[in-house]
Design a protein around this ligand. Sequence first.
Ligand SMILES: Cc1cc2nc3c(=O)[nH]c(=O)nc-3n(C[C@H](O)[C@H](O)[C@H](O)COP(=O)(O)OP(=O)(O)OC[C@H]3O[C@@H](n4cnc5c(N)ncnc54)[C@H](O)[C@@H]3O)c2cc1C
Length: 493
Amino acid sequence: MDIFMKDFLWGLTGRVVLPFDPLYTLKRQGFNRAIQKYPLVIVYCRNKKDVSNAVVWARKHSIPIRIRSGGHNYEGYSNGDYLLVIDISEMKGIEIVEDTKQLYIETGVTNKLVYEVAASKGYPFPGGTCPTVGVSGFALGGGWGLSCRYLGLGCDSLEEVELVNYEGDIITTNKRCNTDLFWALRGAGGGNFGVAVSMRFRLPKRIEKVTLIEIDYLHVDAAEQEEFLRVWQDWLKCADYRVTLIARIYNSKHDGLAMLVRGIFYGGTEEAKDIMAKFLVLKHAVYAFSYSTFLEAVTIIGSVYPPYEKFASVSRFVTRDFLQPEIGQVVGLIRKRPSGSVFTGLSLYALGGKVAAVRKDETAFFYRKAQYITWLETVWEEREYAAENEEWVRRRYPVLAQYTTGSYVNFPYRGLIDYLEAYYGSHMESLIKVKAKYDPFNVFTYPQGIIPTMGHDYPVPKEQSEPDIFLPASGDRDAMYRGFRYVTETSVK
Ligand SMILES: Cc1cc2nc3c(=O)[nH]c(=O)nc-3n(C[C@H](O)[C@H](O)[C@H](O)COP(=O)(O)OP(=O)(O)OC[C@H]3O[C@@H](n4cnc5c(N)ncnc54)[C@H](O)[C@@H]3O)c2cc1C
């Protein structure tokens, strides 16, 4: 490294990766390989001081910042071109204090690590489905998981967050201290107010075992997919709060038209089977109900995710039933895969239960009363199909949007016009005030970030422009796609 470069980097502590580093190509990419960004510097922080130094360094050099933990943001908003990525994924401290039933984490830990550590003491945890997602990115956006109807969203168990602010200072937020910021961090905290460096969660009651629910429907037709959506919306209205499901209505290169259901029930297998009866009588259902430890259940659920994918998607909240003709239209969205697509799907993430039991104003997560989240996606393998697949989502979004509301910030979509309203509903105004108070110069920003001057008369600072440059990435494998685990024979164990 030459003297000029050393001088330029002075003040930055932690492990620095630069564009000419052999690891750069690997390290600059996130989970969604359809998004290619070229940061100027990536700094892997080892502790809070490194994070603080990184913020101060970036401001001194007027270099924009992105914050990255697990790197799973769908639109690549933890990354960007010509900027500093503050990467906290190596800050992996984690501890359980048994007396107070509290979990302390540094914010680089993943779902997998939290599940393993919590389970080692007999606790479940309201984390997400993908093992490599960062718990901080997950919980700051709300945090939907297969325990949420029983234990609430990830952010509902948060008791305290420590944050490095725009001046590089560490501030503590909880129900007594910086309460407005603590409110904002639970649902709108990703990338907007500062770098969360540590979190404290309240742990739920210990649990011996749960029932893992797996149902597959292969070789179905369009009418059966529509019937499935009808059953789903009917079932969810009075479903037991101890069960949370994800369902996918999909069209894959491998299976053609199909559906699947995965879920966790906090109870025994026979009761789970009764609760799920409406799904089991549908044609082609092949199912397995297994009484497993919580760790076994989340590990099996998480085992289908590949290390990366190429996809485009949009999410919406569903607040009312789809009517008869609407069901055909919505399910029909996935019937034609665009060129190069290996998978199109409409996923359904059950809400209700403990999610709806929390008052809407208690946290920044706005859509407490929605019935479920729906997520439309297409996955492709070869990069030349990107434009066509993105266009596929763009054309279908208005169809879905007319019957649904808002969008889940953890499943962002760059095509949203009024993105703040879509993500935060009427919490938007309060969030802008919190932003103006804690990050007045908009140091922490990204293309769909909250801007402190939004809605005011004085000029809105220009967003960082992120030109869509493309450099071929050496060593980047194009083909990578999730491997499904199918239920092979019906069983209740
Ligand atoms: C395969 C897959 C499965 C998923 N499953 C689920 C699921 O079951 N439930 C669910 O709710 N979501 C799910 N998600 C979405 C995921 O929770 C969000 O994308 C989440 O924000 C990712 O966090 P991350 O740290 O991995 O990503 P990153 O890209 O590192 O961060 C995501 C956003 O949060 C910000 N951020 C991250 N850490 C911090 C921090 N410490 N301080 C301040 N800002 C921070 C980033 O700047 C960025 O804006 C899934 C995503 C993928 C790709």
